[in-house]
Design a protein around this ligand. Structure first.
Ligand code: B16
Ligand code: MG
Length: 226
């Protein structure tokens, strides 16, 4: 029998969709550096750390920048990004998310955040969801980003639960891998084509009932447990 004691949520693409704000700010920086990238390329930056994102953009533009100049660039991009997220309101919470969080609270299930974003706690505060979270692990608290499981393992430890008693909700393929490698149940939020390695994939939280999800996960885990 599954014994779920905690749920850990990725932020960008699961609770809110800030990909557009990241895109706008990275593109402004790319343009200043004399290069550009597409919305399709931006998909590849989801779940990737700030520094990792810069390196990819430089690679796409065939640009070489000395290591010591990179922090100034990521700081500049982050300044523009923070201007955007400081204007965020509860209206930007993705459909069904708050109802789902409330249903976990009612059941006494611990709630954690496991995000690559160093801005994650600020965003959670801005959109008014802070009271739901028992723990928040952000990109500044880990040494290895996703797909390494460190973010989620630290999250489970902070909540005082075992990985096997934890469900992770993720929109990035790398994040799903991190959850699985950490020994947790992984629910992909998005498209089956991208997240097919998760234990189960949902399009979002709008029509998702926790009890139904648990039954599905239970059925899927049976062949593994027997
Ligand atoms: P920041 P997640 C990730 O958040 C984003 O998906 C990714 O696009 C971003 O580069 C990364 O956070 C770092 O964000 O620059 O704010 O520290 O999906 O792991 O919640
Ligand atoms: Mg994400």
């Amino acid at each position: 029998m599954l014994n779920i004691k905690a749920c850990i949520f990725d932020l960008d693409g699961v609770i809110v969709d800030t990909a557009g704000y990241h895109f706008k700010a990275w593109r402004r920086l790319a343009n200043e550096l004399g290069t550009d990238f597409t919305k399709e390329d931006n998909e590849k930056l989801k779940g990737v750390s700030r520094r990792g994102s810069l390196d990819l953009i430089l690679k796409w533009g065939n640009l070489t920048i000395p290591e010591e100049e990179k922090t100034a660039l990521t700081d500049r991009k982050n300044g523009w990004y923070v201007e955007q997220i400081n204007k965020m309101t509860a209206e930007e919470i993705l459909p069904g998310v708050e109802r789902f969080l409330a249903s976990l609270k009612e059941r006494g299930i611990k709630i954690g955040l496991g995000s690559a974003s160093r801005n994650a706690p600020n965003i959670i505060k801005r959109v008014g969801l802070e009271e739901y979270f028992d723990s928040m692990i952000d990109g500044g608290m880990v040494s290895k980003g996703k797909p390494d499981p460190e973010t989620f393992l630290k999250g489970a430890a902070a909540l005082g639960v075992l990985p096997a008693n934890t469900i992770v909700f993720e929109d990035a393929a790398k994040g799903v891998t991190a959850a699985i490698d950490g020994g947790m149940l992984a629910v992909g939020v998005g498209k089956e084509e991208v997240l097919g390695h998760a234990h189960f994939v949902v399009p979002g939280f709008e029509n998702l009932e926790y009890d139904v999800l648990l039954e599905i996960l239970q059925e899927r885990m049976l062949p593994i447990q027997n």
